[in-house]
Design a protein around this ligand. Structure first.
Ligand SMILES: CC(C)(COP(=O)(O)OP(=O)(O)OC[C@H]1O[C@@H](n2cnc3c(N)ncnc32)[C@H](O)[C@@H]1OP(=O)(O)O)[C@@H](O)C(=O)NCCC(=O)NCCS
Length: 376
């Protein structure tokens, strides 16, 4: 759908001169304490992204009407591998239009402006209104990115309600079965000469993991050492993460990054990011889960789209659902590239996605108001 040029009036690329007005707009339109007004997140996401467009602006557009900012659209540029092709693509994030200016074409004009610069743009975690705007703009709907849940300590997880009801009902039977799966996984790992290595920071060995794994996934955001150093170790909440490699006969074949969540009495872990060849995904995540269990976690969850690993994950005791505690993660994409590239990009089953894509798993900095004060 073509957006009339007059709708785009007042849309410009963000410059530091917009900082104060933008902050006022964001404080007015996003919920109090939301991540969009977190200065540490903005510095990391925009100013430190190795794929950022340039150093003087942010990958963000503002729309001014009558002098005031009334809308914004941001993006996270990244390198997307599509089969044998590589493209500089972007995650669309933080689309927002002031209440008073809705239904007047500002949203579609911001989206259209972003699309002028990119042949592939994807969105994760879209709201109903956002999805409606993107659908009208001709984006492909790639469905819901599911969440895989797995109890680590079934009896405690059931008591605490950290597993779905249908697992809870079969807990007396599933408990021994799960322990059997855990033991079998441990035996398989040992037999394959595989072990989990916990590290302080991810390093250049990520490149070996990327080399080993990328070929299994037709459409995947590049996860080499430089990208992962920014994505994981550069995050403002990096100190809360636990990192592992899966090493097989001395060679790293996978990495997993986990964050403890839940409460002190009901700790669970979420997988923030991982990468491994499809057949090593379940062993990697089970081993990381056993480590988390030793640290008291009762259940783990992994937001991911990974069709090649799906049956391995189910066999290893994971249950896939469309949502956990939060809203379903709606996934859409807009591809205007070679037909061969778009055929893969528009296919929901081609994608490898984790919480480290877009800004899905960003934990808010605890000092929201202090962070706001230093925005810019
Ligand atoms: C999503 C959002 C940016 C859309 O911006 P917008 O400028 O209002 O977009 P539009 O001008 O296309 O208006 C959208 C609605 O107005 C309707 N509309 C558009 N032009 C219209 C017209 N001339 N007459 C009547 N209705 C009209 C559209 O049908 C649409 O309704 P629907 O969503 O119920 O289908 C805005 O709703 C918003 O900021 N929402 C809150 C934040 C959010 O959800 N962001 C998206 C994150 S993914």
């Amino acid at each position: 759908m073509k957006v009339p040029e007059r709708f785009k009036v007042g849309i410009t690329r963000y410059t530091p001169a917009d900082a104060d007005d933008l902050l006022q707009f964001q404080l007015r339109t996003f919920e109090a304490g939301s991540r969009q007004v977190d200065a540490a997140r903005a510095r990391w996401l925009f100013d430190e992204n190795p794929c950022r467009t340039d150093d003087d602006t942010r990958d963000l557009w503002v729309c001014r009407r009558d002098g005031a900012i009334v809308g914004q659209q941001a993006e996270i540029p990244f390198d997307l591998h599509v089969g044998t092709h590589q493209r500089r693509a972007a995650w669309a994030i933080d689309l927002m239009v002031d209440d008073a200016w809705r239904l007047r074409g500002v949203g579609p004009a911001l989206v259209a402006t972003q699309l002028e610069g990119r042949s592939i743009v994807a969105g994760l975690n879209l709201s109903d209104k956002g999805a409606a705007t993107y659908t009208r703009g001709g984006w492909a709907d790639l469905g819901i990115v599911g969440v895989y849940l797995r109890p680590l300590d079934l009896a405690r997880a059931v008591r605490l309600g950290s597993v779905p009801a249908r697992i809870g009902r079969v807990a007396p039977v599933a408990g021994p079965a799960l322990r059997a799966v855990d033991s079998a996984a441990a035996v398989t790992l040992r037999a394959a000469g595989a072990r989990l290595e916990t590290v302080e920071r991810l390093d250049e060995r990520v490149d070996q993991v990327w080399e080993a794994a990328a070929g299994d996934y037709p459409v995947i955001a590049r996860r080499d050492a430089a990208t992962v150093a920014w994505r994981i170790d550069g995050r403002p909440d990096a100190a809360t993460l636990r990192r592992h490699y899966l090493v097989v006969r001395g060679r790293p074949v996978g990495y997993a990054v986990l964050r403890t969540t839940g409460t002190a009495t009901e700790p669970t872990v979420v997988v923030v990011d991982y990468l491994a060849p499809a057949r090593w995904v379940a062993p990697l995540l089970v081993a990381a889960g056993l480590d988390a269990r030793r640290h008291g976690a009762v259940a783990m969850s992994v937001k991911t789209r990974n069709v090649p690993a799906d049956r391995h994950l189910r066999a290893a005791g994971f249950v896939r659902r469309d949502r956990a505690a939060d809203d379903p993660i709606r996934f859409m994409v807009r591809c205007a590239d070679d037909p061969a590239v778009c055929a893969l990009v528009d296919d929901p089953d081609s994608w490898f996605v984790t919480s480290a894509d877009s800004d899905l798993e960003y934990a808010m900095a605890p000092t929201g108001s202090a962070a706001v004060a230093s925005q810019g």
